[in-house]
Structures are given as C-alpha cells and as structure tokens.
Design a protein. Sequence first.
Length: 258
Amino acid sequence: MSLRRFVDGYEGAERALVLANRSQPEQLRSMLAGVFERQSVRVDEAVVEGVPDDTVLLLDGTGSVVARSPLDAVSASLLFTNSDAFITGSTGLDEIELPDVISGLEGVNFRLRGFPRSHKEKLLLIAVSRQIERTAWAHDDGTHRASFQRLSRIVDEQGTQRVYRRLGESDVDTHVYGVDDGDVDWSAELEVTVHTGESPDYRDSWFVIYRPPEAEQPGTPDPFALLAVQDDDGVWDGFFTSGPEEALAVDDYVRRSL
C-alpha cells in the first residue's frame, strides 16, 4: 500500500471556469486559460446577463454556477503571483485567502509539471497548501501534517520556514515528513514532530492535511487535505478536498504508516 493508491483511485469532479463580461485586457483571459490548459478544467469566455463585469464563474458538471469571484481576486491570488511569493514569504500566512472559484476546484484531478518544465502549473497546489496551513493556524488546534520530500526544504525556503515556526508555536499538533538530508535536529529547530524515511511515500509525495479535533463528529469543521504523487518523469498527479471521507482516509493512512 502507498499514497499512490489514493490518487489512482480518486474519481475527480468535473468543473469549468467562465470569464463573464470581460472588460479587462485579453491578456488576462489568456493567462487564466494558460493556468488550466493541461488540466480537465475548461476555461471559456461569455456575456452573461445579471453578472458584474470581469467576474469568474465556476460551473459544475451540469453547467450550474457553484461559485463566483471577481477577476481581480483571481489575478491577485494566482495570475499575478509566482511560487517565489510563497517560498520567500512575501505573501504572509495571514494574507492568504483563496477566491471561491479557486477553492471550489476541490475534487478535480490535477496533473502538473514542476520546475523547470513549467513555472506556473504547480502554483495552484502551492496556493492551496498555504490555504490549508492558514486554516490550521487560524483554528489553533487539531492536527496538521505536511510532507516536503527533503526536510531541508523547510529551512531553505524562508516563507515555508516562517509558516512552520508559527505552526510550531501554536496549539496545532504539527507533523512534518520527508527524507532526512541534513545534520539538523529538526524537532528542536522547528518545535514540530518530525517523521523521516526513504520510501516513495517520503520521497515522492506532497501532502498537506489539516484534521480538526473530533473531525468524525457531526457539526465540526471540515478537514482539508491536498495529496499529490510524483512519477518518474517529475509530473505530479493529485487532488485536494474537504470531503471528510476522502480527507480523513488520507490522514489515517499517513498517521498509521509514516
């Protein structure tokens, strides 16, 4: 058993984005389409009555609108930023708030190339990862788990180090996972629980999971999980979800097996 089975067995949702009543430059429509050009998420443009100019609509598989966000919000969070904003920490943990049409892409299967083959494709999952970290930090309780492939990435990336120091100082039970590639006492350095190993689950997985207290009980906040697995070509297959059944299953596996 491995984390790959969760990805391979995941039946993704069908979603589409529509840029309604565009008044801003064509370049923005092109940039939005470019983010998803290799994904199952279709991006269209349309004139839609009763909708403000420059609104992005999220449609489900039946064509019904399930979320809407201003194009400016989507641009600020995704189109006009890059991974460096998260890695260097220029985008702070308390500044992160995904637009509804982006968080509404949960349940979609994604296939993403990393650097240097693509500079933008992984940005969506990086942004979602930060949103999950922010959720854990804001709740200030529960359990948070995250993998980094190599543990040294946590301190090499200034923004990531800052996030996990803040989580370590909080009341969140924070766990980090990866290959131990440095002569560092990571537990003391970050005040988090550290899990190390050499298996593919440690080397080739990317997960960020927040589990609130008593998550199995009705009326509690939803868990939130992102999972992606890298293949031999450096391509990541994955999804993110706040569905309790799927999110808690991934968390249970990580807790018991890693």
